[in-house]
Design a protein around this ligand. Structure first.
Ligand SMILES: Cc1cc2nc3c(=O)[nH]c(=O)nc-3n(C[C@H](O)[C@H](O)[C@H](O)COP(=O)(O)OP(=O)(O)OC[C@H]3O[C@@H](n4cnc5c(N)ncnc54)[C@H](O)[C@@H]3O)c2cc1C
Length: 392
């Protein structure tokens, strides 16, 4: 494997850097950081990328994508995360978009893809149910055919940003077949349809991004079925492999680790920088080594992808390692914040009385617990790896 970049790739990288420096402004960064302004600001960021023609790196040019090579995508991601700019919302561009491209029909491609690119529709993912998470094929939300509609009944849970979504891509049971995976279909549901109720779930970091979604006789046109009825499992799985590769987050972890080093250099204990403490040093170096190994694993996956191989079981390895590194960074940041990372009694301002990163450390740590759960829990990814990679 040759990990050196070609001259063209280096030129491309410089072009990306120049664009991001002018497109990613401090004003937009502040609005994206604020929970209230986030929904509008993230779409605005996506619109800036769209106007530059860079919103869908992996899509074919014919459909408005960049058709970048895996290495170009990697370089773009490194540059984006180095300045702290967020990735686009994954649900449209990275999840349902590729499924519509591959398994949808011409009418669906013409209707949905341009709107996804322009950020006009906000999508959410309706996979998990109260009794179907890791064991996704146990899902029970039913869709019964009634003329040119399906009638959907049941519920979904942990639906990220359902409260903002215009559309949901949803797995529904259309047949109680002998093999559970054979009776599942992939439906696109307009979230404004009568009979849909959204109930918020507030997570431990105090943020409302998660929801429960209930369907009560929701009528969905048959024209919104992707591919064939009862074949949805195949489409659902192809989407999950892309989701897991995207979760590795090497670039973002590199930036967070750089920040951690700066904080450890700045903050003192007993008059000396925390960075002088051999225990802090050892933990930082441990994480750095893990991150270097993760990056090499990702480069190897890119090398395979550049030869035309799609994401396979290695996406599970990237998900496991990527999320573990993210959590190790968050845990160390919490430890550096010490008491100032605790939830303070009402009225006390962490920034005023202690480290200015106490709040940031706590929120990242709390939400970060989810990284080893979403996108398929790490235990389940280990099972997949045992079977598909180690042949156990
Ligand atoms: C922040 C967040 C956002 C999410 N967003 C979405 C979303 O937008 N859309 C969506 O559809 N879903 C979403 N999810 C749901 C997520 O995909 C599920 O939580 C995940 O698949 C695990 O399912 P579960 O919660 O039902 O846990 P369970 O499947 O009940 O698992 C409970 C525990 O048992 C372990 N376990 C289960 N089976 C095995 C096994 N065979 N071997 C070993 N251990 C096992 C698990 O690892 C876990 O520790 C989100 C979850 C989180 C936390």
């Amino acid at each position: 494997m040759d990990t050196r970049f070609t001259d063209e790739e280096s030129t491309f990288r410089a072009e990306v850097r120049a664009f991001l420096q002018q497109a990613w402004t401090a004003e937009l960064a502040a609005r994206i950081d604020d929970d209230d302004s986030y929904p509008v600001a993230i779409v605005e960021w996506q619109r800036r990328l769209y106007e530059r023609g860079w919103v869908a790196p992996g899509w074919p040019r014919q459909h408005g994508g960049c058709e970048w090579s895996p290495t170009q995508r990697y370089l773009y991601d490194l540059e984006r995360s180095a300045i702290g700019a967020p990735d686009v919302l994954p649900f449209g561009i990275k999840m349902v978009g590729p499924v519509i491209l591959k398994y949808g029909n011409d009418a669906q491609r013409a209707r949905f893809l341009p709107r996804i690119l322009r950020g006009e529709d906000w999508w959410c993912q309706g996979y998990s149910e109260p009794d179907a998470g890791s064991d996704l094929a146990a899902l029970k939300t039913r869709a019964e055919r009634a003329g040119d509609h399906y009638v959907v009944n049941g519920s979904k849970i942990w639906t990220t940003y359902a409260q903002h979504a215009d559309w949901m891509f949803c797995l529904v049971r259309t047949d109680n077949a002998a093999r559970r995976q054979d009776g599942i279909s992939f439906l696109l549901i307009d979230m404004k349809t009568a009979g849909i109720r959204i109930s918020p779930i507030h997570s431990i970091d105090g943020v409302h991004s998660l929801n429960e979604v209930f369907f009560d006789d929701v009528r969905v046109p048959v024209a919104n079925l992707i591919g064939e009825q009862d074949r949805g499992w195949t489409y659902a799985k192809s989407l999950l492999a892309h989701e897991r590769t995207a979760i590795a987050g090497v670039g973002d972890s590199k930036r967070r680790l750089r920040r951690l080093r700066q904080l450890a250099q700045r903050e003192t204990s007993g008059g000396r920088p925390l960075l002088d403490d051999p225990f802090v040093q050892a933990r930082l170096v441990d994480i750095e080594i893990e991150l270097m190994a993760l990056e090499t694993m990702e480069l190897r996956a890119l090398f395979e992808a550049s030869k035309g191989k799609g994401p396979g079981p290695e996406s599970s390895l990237l998900k496991i390692k990527g999320s573990e590194v993210q959590q190790a960074i968050q845990t160390l940041m919490m430890d550096l914040a010490g008491l100032y990372g605790a939830v303070l009694p009402g009225g006390l301002d962490a920034q005023a009385i202690g480290h200015d990163f106490g709040d940031e450390a706590r929120r990242a740590f709390m939400y970060g617990r989810a990284a080893t759960i979403y996108g398929g829990s790490n235990e389940v990814q280990k099972n997949i790896t045992a079977k598909a990679v180690l042949g156990l």
